[in-house]
Design a protein around this ligand. Structure first.
Ligand code: ADP
Length: 422
């Protein structure tokens, strides 16, 4: 190690120390950036962290980007149009706004959801120069997410260089999946370079498993569980003994079940076919499978399940999109039940999973052979347990919370690093 690096490291350590001495006062900022939104939340450093504020910048890249946030008192919701902002502009807006609203000095550490941690990272960690380099190196793995996530870290570092930043990897939950589930049937030389099924939605899945244990006990959480996170992005995980043994997303979040605008699994021969017949480039193909497919592609009108349910009675394309969505998810549940050797608990979460009884019903129909039997009234009322008393499988609805998982990781890491020797 040269003198400059040593000096850099000792400066970093000094800065970290300085911030840790103010440990009692400041807060944790959790940032959860998606492809078209940035959610953010402020937490106390207590155990468990308590939420002080929560908000979202929505519709990034569209002409009506909005900021919504609850008041510092936790109840009132503020909403305002903020123009047409791309990701970089939205991130800058957020940092300026937070500085004005709460003062960046009230923050000690920032936790970032990092969608893709590649094959190396199985738990949250402090951002170091080496980690930044590594993420920049693999940013082509997740072009929809990683560049914007790295830019957010850079932006806050420019404004407050002394802050601690923690990377919370959305792929980490699946890192211990068995090789048989991780490996893709492609030449080994690519697998050796890290091309394998990574899986995502890990922060949400980890939260759902903690909640399952809290609500149904340790035995239920050690059982055979399928988690269905159904939002704009949708994926399922098969979990046994608390560990992910398979998941529907792959090397990228475009894989698995159809989503609002992502295709999910496709015939790999399609790329070549479209290149031949439509002169489609790889870039155009990537755009199509991420932004023009799924519910939007099949319905030809909307990516939003609410719109499509409202339209399905008189628009066969909307009906077909909804039917395809439910069918592929049901098929995935059947496949995961086979991987698990049966099923004890099925959990629905995400905007669709949490709010749409009719989608839950359509997914669960035909799953009686697995022991899934819904209770109509409980399902319509969105109760926590929506299965019938006689159902062999407990079916639950949960509100997921990725930001609290970020805050918990940040707290644990900050505490740990404060005990590290100089
Ligand atoms: P994201 O993946 O972007 O975080 P969410 O988990 O918030 O998205 O889910 C957003 C989706 O949830 C919307 O596109 C919409 O289709 C669906 N949704 C929300 N409320 C309902 C509802 N009451 N009925 C059906 N779908 C709903």
């Amino acid at each position: 190690m040269d003198a400059d690096s040593r000096l850099g490291q000792s400066n970093e350590r000094e800065a970290r120390r300085a911030i840790l001495t103010q440990f009692q006062v400041p807060h944790i900022l959790a940032i959860n950036g998606g492809s078209s939104s940035i959610k953010f939340a402020l937490y106390s450093m207590s155990d468990p962290p308590e939420r002080r504020m929560h908000g979202v910048i929505d519709r990034i890249g569209l002409d009506d980007t909005t900021l919504r946030c609850d008041d510092l008192s936790g109840s009132e919701v503020k909403c305002r149009a903020i123009g047409t902002l791309d990701h970089r502009a939205a991130a800058t807006f957020l940092v300026d706004w937070l500085d004005k609203e709460i003062g960046l000095t009230s923050i000690a550490a920032v936790g970032h959801r990092i969608v893709n941690g590649g094959v190396q990272h199985s738990q949250a960690e402090l951002f170091s120069d080496a980690l930044m380099l590594e993420l920049r190196r693999i940013s082509a793995w997740a072009p929809e997410h990683l560049p914007a996530e790295i830019a957010m870290v850079d932006l806050i570092r420019e404004r407050r260089p002394e802050l601690l930043h923690v990377a919370c990897f959305d792929s980490a939950f699946h890192r211990e999946m068995p090789r048989v589930a991780k490996t893709m049937a492609i030449p080994r030389r690519l697998t050796a370079k890290g091309v394998e099924r990574l899986g995502f939605h890990g922060l949400s899945f980890a939260f759902l498993m903690e909640e399952l244990e809290r609500k149904a006990g340790a035995e239920a959480a050690r059982g055979r569980v399928i988690l269905a996170h159904l939002g704009n992005g949708a994926s399922l995980a098969a979990v046994r003994n608390g560990k992910s043994i398979d998941t529907s997303m792959g090397f990228t979040p475009a894989a698995g079940v159809p989503m609002s605008t992502r295709s999910g699994d496709l015939d790999p021969g399609l790329l070549w076919y479209l290149a031949q017949t439509e002169q489609m480039t790889a870039e155009q193909f990537n755009h199509m499978v991420n932004h023009q497919s799924g519910l939007l592609g099949v319905s030809d009108t909307s990516s939003d399940v609410r719109d499509l349910l409202g339209r399905e009675a008189h628009d066969s394309r909307a009906a077909e999109a909804i039917a395809m969505f439910c069918y592929q998810i049901r098929k995935c549940i059947g496949g995961f039940a086979a991987a698990l050797g049966g099923l004890d608990t099925l959990i629905f979460a995400g905007g669709i999973g949490e709010n749409s009884p009719v989608i839950r019903t359509r997914i669960c129909q035909e799953l009686g052979f697995l022991g899934v039997e819904l209770h109509e009234v409980r399902n319509d009322d969105g109760e926590q347990v929506i299965s019938a008393d006689a159902s062999r499988v407990a079916v639950r609805v949960m509100h997921t919370d990725e930001e609290i998982m970020i805050a918990k990781s940040v707290r644990a890491i900050v505490q740990h690093s404060s005990r590290l020797p100089a």
